[in-house]
Ligand binder design. Structure first.
Ligand SMILES: Cc1cc2nc3c(=O)[nH]c(=O)nc-3n(C[C@H](O)[C@H](O)[C@H](O)COP(=O)(O)OP(=O)(O)OC[C@H]3O[C@@H](n4cnc5c(N)ncnc54)[C@H](O)[C@@H]3O)c2cc1C
Length: 381
């Protein structure tokens, strides 16, 4: 049988060059693989899940202490990338996880610090508000303060990973969309709106579009619309990075998060699972509205009253949720040469550096030393 007609051949093709795909092309190229990354929008872009400038990184993992070893590895990889690139990637401003004393965020954060011996302080609401004057937390609330976390400049992290991939010989193409793929024992063929490529392995890191490229997994991957808001602080000094740690808040009004003023002249706030709007990416409204703004402003005025001046910016973004909100990092159940990294359920960016390492391991070796057992496809059977 003759070989298929393809435009180019690679060891690995990575479909999607956002947060995870950019890290994956970098790790693959560093390991000597001949790699092609294909991105349907720009590099970086705000259409997917990594836009909006910043992302929280925190060592405590209230979701599950099982994530702590991954975030430790990730933090170390981010620091390495930061040290070797002339880019502004990581800002260590500390992290606070606060809520009512019995809240999952506070309790889970404290538990993960205890389980992994992470330096931290438990503060009452009054103590938090005294230490960080931008905060106004009810006295009976409790918070975990951890000094090593902060925020990543997500868009610059993608740029740095792609530059690193370039420096190690990778090819990355933006404005090209993966439309279909075929896999058999001899390899993978990937068809885009510009050409056709052969590879030994395909890695799908297509964020909210992953279900469209991997229909067998679509039932486990539900895109959800999110909105970010930036409000001018009335007391800007209280919202400067050296005065204001990033936070996650578990309150009777809902589960929120926020950042100091950085790049936009506003204090940034988001609500997890914003209005519960799910669907295919094209069905989710990418224009924020007044109700979106109201939800964020009401929370900010209750807990951060000096940070609720005029609106500076609103933007939308997408989560891709799995049923248990844990990641999906595995080899495709029917194709040993197709790897997937998806379903980051709103808490994935901080892990992108280690996820890139894991996806490169799975693509090149079929296995990884990182603790990925909780993230297999088989758990949904
Ligand atoms: C508002 C918001 C706030 C968040 N806050 C945090 C936080 O503070 N901390 C944290 O750790 N995480 C946070 N997250 C989650 C985190 O941002 C995501 O888990 C992460 O960005 C997911 O990265 P990804 O690579 O899977 O998706 P993306 O970055 O969207 O990358 C997927 C890429 O694939 C491309 N693509 C899709 N289909 C195709 C195709 N057919 N062909 C070629 N390319 C394709 C897309 O264009 C996109 O660029 C937040 C998410 C949102 C939306």
């Amino acid at each position: 049988m003759s070989a298929p007609m393809v435009d180019e051949a690679y060891d690995v093709v990575v479909g999607g060059v956002g947060g995870m795909g950019s890290a994956t092309v970098s790790h693959l190229a560093r390991r000597g693989a001949d790699v092609l990354g294909i991105e349907r929008f720009d590099v970086p872009n705000a259409e997917g899940s990594s836009g909006g400038i910043t992302r929280i990184i925190r060592r405590p993992q209230y979701e599950d202490p099982a994530y702590v070893p991954l975030v430790e590895r990730s933090l170390s990889l981010w620091r390495d990338l930061d040290a070797t690139h002339d880019r502004d990637l990581f800002h260590q401003v500390g992290s606070v996880d606060f809520g009512t004393a019995d809240s999952g965020v506070f309790e889970g954060s404290r538990r993960s610090c205890q389980a992994h011996d992470i330096e931290h302080e438990v503060l009452t609401g009054d103590e938090l508000s005294a230490r960080f004057p931008g905060y106004d937390v009810p006295g009976e609330f409790r918070g975990v303060y951890q000094p090593d976390g902060g925020f990543l400049h997500s868009e610059q992290c993608i740029v740095a990973h792609v530059e690193d991939a370039h420096a190690h010989g990778a090819t990355v193409r933006a404005r090209e969309r993966v439309e279909a793929w075929d896999a058999d024992e001899s390899g993978v063929t990937v068809r885009t709106d510009r050409g056709e490529y052969a590879a030994e392995t395909l890695v799908v890191a297509a964020g909210a579009w992953t279900g469209q490229l991997l229909p067998a997994l679509a039932d486990h991957l539900e895109p959800e619309r999110q909105v970010l808001g930036w409000f001018q602080p009335q007391r800007p000094e209280r919202f400067a990075p050296d005065e204001f740690p990033v936070f996650v808040a578990d309150t009777p009004e809902g589960h929120y998060y926020g950042f100091p003023v950085y790049e936009v002249p506003g204090f940034k706030v988001g609500k997890f699972n914003h209005r519960g709007e799910t669907g295919r990416p094209a069905e989710l409204d990418d224009e924020p509205d007044r109700e979106d703004e109201r939800l964020l402003r009401e929370f900010a005025s209750r807990y951060f009253p000096d940070g609720t001046g005029p609106t500076m910016r609103l933007s939308t973004c997408m989560f891709t949720n799995t049923p248990d909100e844990d990641f999906l990092l595995d080899i495709h159940p029917d194709h040993g040469n197709v790897v997937v990294g998806a379903g980051f359920s709103g808490h994935g960016f901080k892990f992108a550096s280690v996820v890139g390492e894991i996806l490169a391991d799975l693509a090149l070796d079929g296995t990884t030393d990182q603790p990925v057992d909780p993230f297999g496809v088989g758990r949904f059977d």
